[in-house]
Design a protein around this ligand. Structure first.
Ligand SMILES: [Zn+2]
Length: 198
């Protein structure tokens, strides 16, 4: 993914919105070379179709850059907006390690599809891979279109702040909370929650 803060913010917002749409809290972060979403609190990654859709939602949401503008930075200078490591300095090393360890979305989608097929006894059924991938792509596209305003809202907040938590509510929506330095005690495992990038 090219280093374009607004596209990155939309991309990560797509991942986070898909999590939130399925009741899963996550943390979205921007880094100097991309972005990342991790499940918050850390836990095992969801598997199967949902996980493939979460992964696929990044590049799908990135397409919204053609129809939505980023917010204006407070002092008009995008380069002064914070990265995740600036907001959470105590976790800087963990964040960097998580980013380095993360797998690119395309590869992760492919793995999720094959894992899903495997769980249905179709591990080597290439036709099944294709059908399930198409289903994931179609459903993700529908989700992103249907939740366009929410995704743009998450992306705008993330674009300005560098780190946000997206917390699902009981009505199928979600709340966004900003992170501050004082809140960032406690190490976060790089692997937990299956962070992904790109
Ligand atoms: Zn991604």
């Amino acid at each position: 993914m090219k280093n374009d803060r607004w596209r990155n913010a939309l991309h990560e917002a797509g991942h986070a919105a898909m999590y939130a749409g399925h009741g899963i809290e996550s943390r979205a972060m921007l880094l100097s070379n991309g972005g990342m979403v991790s499940i918050d609190p850390p836990g095992p990654s969801p598997v199967g179709r949902l996980y493939a859709m979460v992964l696929q939602a990044g590049q799908e949401a990135e397409k919204l850059a053609d129809e939505a503008e980023p917010p204006e930075p407070p002092d008009g200078d995008e380069s002064k907006l914070p990265q995740a490591g600036d907001v959470l300095p105590k976790q800087r090393a963990n964040i960097s390690a998580g980013f380095r360890a993360a797998v690119d979305d395309d590869l992760a989608v492919a793995r999720a599809i094959v894992t899903y097929c495997h769980s249905h006894g179709q591990a080597l059924d290439v036709d099944a891979w294709g059908k399930r991938l198409k289903l994931v792509q179609d459903k993700t596209q529908q989700f992103v279109r249907r939740n366009k305003a929410a995704i743009i809202g998450i992306a705008r907040e993330l674009y300005l702040t560098g780190v946000i938590d997206i917390v699902p509510d009981d009505e199928g929506g979600f709340e966004i909370s900003r992170k501050q330095d004082s809140e960032c005690s406690g190490a976060r495992s790089a692997e937990a929650g299956g962070p992904f990038r790109g």
